[in-house]
Design a protein around this ligand. Structure first.
Ligand SMILES: NC(=O)C1=CN([C@@H]2O[C@H](COP(=O)(O)OP(=O)(O)OC[C@H]3O[C@@H](n4cnc5c(N)ncnc54)[C@H](O)[C@@H]3O)[C@@H](O)[C@H]2O)C=CC1
Ligand SMILES: O=C(O)CCC(=O)C(=O)O
Length: 527
């Protein structure tokens, strides 16, 4: 295995680079590059570790020819084009918990700052004004805090606010009543939250559904004198409408850590009375940055070195412990998919993946991904485990997974059945010694074969003399037979040969083989 290379392109705690090095990964820390400068170097790397400054756009990813993983040292992945990464087979992972406490604390800090006008009071005092009568604050106790989004960060904010004796209400369509009860908060609709909350704090990702959730119309529905905190993402609030609401007094105060456009070096909100801002500092504590740096480096290293997948946004998880056990199954699954893809071409309309015996104890998703990667890899150069399920969906391929706990003839078995307009065709394989993939059945004929290197799949009538003629034709073409595996439905019936050869065959030689008496089909294979 060649040494993987990782680029850290945003400022990150040095522990990330140290971990990559300790694990034998080459790492470069190159920050502050323009998109074009980054595009010029990204082609050298297997991994890209980022925070929020680097934008992994489709344009950048076009240059990322060997990139396998993007690791976000943080939570929000809106700076990564997930569909583009998935199409290119790049895993995108984040560190969903490493900075949540820190960000929740920042929201609480901003809530206090708004309640007591701390930044303005500080500036005035340091300007020598001593304006004791100007800064009349409000108490938090007994006030209603409205959470928009009650996931990891929202829940932590809720627990802190309850500790401050606030009443907490939340709008989150995915919050179950049980979870709301467990958190000690009241689940409400958005309009009710807007009407009731004294403070509103946002903790959702930026999505098509949440963009502009605090729109001009929503702001008009708020309780007069509300104070608003956004430590989630710019784009959740209509900034122009917020400015008007602050000017009119509808909103008494607003604290933004995040902006529609970042870095936010100019904004109509700047200088507005009651407005406070921080430069996307939600995650900026020593503790959080150490957490996310360590986590992202461990996760990316596990993936690049062991195939372990943790906290991926675009692929099912696969722990570093599971990965070695699944690896031979994924190799087997990929080979079975590849075999069917090469024999059946693009005629496959549906695939069923059955796991039996020991295989049924494993996480089936990676096995399915490997079958699809093998199947579609015969007509797409860029397909892999990450993008195969998405590409299969785009092609309208119906994919089914079946699990049989009981053992059959083999202690472990993976069977792939492909449906084509001509009917169903299946291939099955097992692991010898729990590690070596072996085909054991092809289209209902028992054939034991290692699927490796160049091979020939031949269907012929079972008749004396065929093997001799085949050997002679290959021999005259200078092709050496490495292994020969035969099976037949019944004596004198249809027979199947899987022949491992030392060199690939030419289309002309395939024609010659097809011309041998009794030969029904010849497909050159490569594994
Ligand atoms: N300012 C900063 O430095 C930081 C900002 N963040 C931001 O905070 C966001 C939230 O982080 P977590 O709480 O960890 O995420 P999370 O995924 O645990 O929680 C998000 C919550 O939003 C809810 N939600 C989704 N769509 C919604 C909708 N249409 N209306 C209402 N609720 C909706 C979800 O159900 C979920 O409960 C992240 O997506 C990230 O953008 C995170 C860390 C640091
Ligand atoms: O890395 C940072 O400073 C920003 C963190 C953040 O926005 C996130 O984790 O979503």
């Amino acid at each position: 295995m060649t040494q993987p290379k990782v680029l850290i392109s945003d400022k990150m705690d040095p522990r990330a680079a140290a971990i990559f090095r300790e694990r034998g990964i080459h790492v470069d820390e190159i920050t502050g590059k323009t998109p074009d400068e980054l595009a010029a170097i990204i082609g050298d790397y297997d991994g890209l570790a980022i925070r929020s400054s680097t934008k992994a756009t489709p344009k950048l990813l076009e240059h990322a020819t060997r990139l396998k993983v993007i690791g976000r040292a943080g939570i929000g992945v809106d700076n990564v084009d997930i569909p583009a990464a998935t199409q290119r087979g790049i895993v995108v992972m984040n560190t969903p918990f490493g900075n949540s406490i820190t960000t929740a604390e920042h929201a609480i800090a901003l809530m206090f700052a708004l309640a007591r006008q701390l930044p303005e009071a500080d500036a005035s005092t340091q300007a020598g004004k001593w304006e004791k009568n100007r800064f009349m604050g409000v108490e938090l106790t007994a006030k209603t805090l409205g959470l928009i989004g009650a996931g990891n960060i929202g829940s932590i904010v809720a627990s802190r606010a309850l500790g401050l004796r606030m009443k907490v209400i939340a709008f989150d369509p995915f919050l179950s009543p049980e979870r709301a009860m467990e958190l000690g908060i009241e689940k409400v609709e958005l309009d009710a939250l807007l009407a009731r909350a004294d403070f509103i704090t946002l903790h959702t990702p930026l999505t098509d559904q949440t963009r502009g959730i605090l729109s001009r119309e929503a702001l008009a529905k708020t309780k007069k004198g509300v104070r608003i905190i956004n430590c989630a993402r710019g784009g959740l609030i209509d900034e122009a409408a917020l400015k008007d609401a602050l000017d009119s007094g509808q909103v008494a105060g607003a604290a933004l850590d995040v902006f529609e456009t970042e870095p936010a070096t100019a904004s109509p909100l700047f200088g507005t009375p009651g407005f406070i801002s921080t430069p996307h500092l939600g995650a900026s504590t020593t503790e959080a940055q150490v957490n996310v740096a360590i986590q992202v480096a461990e996760q990316m290293s596990d993936f690049l070195l062991l195939g372990g997948v943790t906290n991926a946004i675009n692929m099912p998880s696969l722990s570093a412990e599971e990965a070695p056990r699944l690896k031979p199954y994924m190799a087997l699954a990929e080979k079975l998919g590849r075999l069917l893809g090469q024999v059946l071409g693009d005629q496959v309309r549906a695939v069923s993946i059955e796991v039996e015996g020991a295989a049924a104890q494993l996480n089936q998703k990676p096995i399915t991904g490997a079958v699809l990667a093998g199947l579609m890899g015969t007509y797409s150069q860029t397909v892999n485990m990450v993008n195969a399920p998405v590409l299969a969906k785009e092609r309208g391929l119906d994919v089914r997974e079946v699990r049989h706990e009981r053992e059959g003839d083999y202690h472990t078995l993976v069977r792939v059945t492909a449906t084509t307009p001509e009917g169903k065709r299946s291939a099955a394989g097992t692991l010898f010694g729990n590690s070596a993939p072996r085909l054991v059945d092809i289209f209902g004929v028992a054939v034991e074969a290692e699927l490796d290197g160049p091979m020939l799949y031949i269907v012929n009538n079972d008749a004396p003399g065929f093997i001799g003629k085949l050997g002679t034709t290959l021999g005259e073409a200078g092709i050496n037979i490495a292994t020969f595996n035969l099976g037949r439905r019944k004596a004198g019936g249809e027979a199947v040969a899987l022949v491992a050869i030392d060199d690939p065959v030419t289309p002309h030689l395939v024609q010659q083989l097809c011309a041998i008496e009794g030969v029904r089909e010849v497909v050159p294979l490569s594994f």
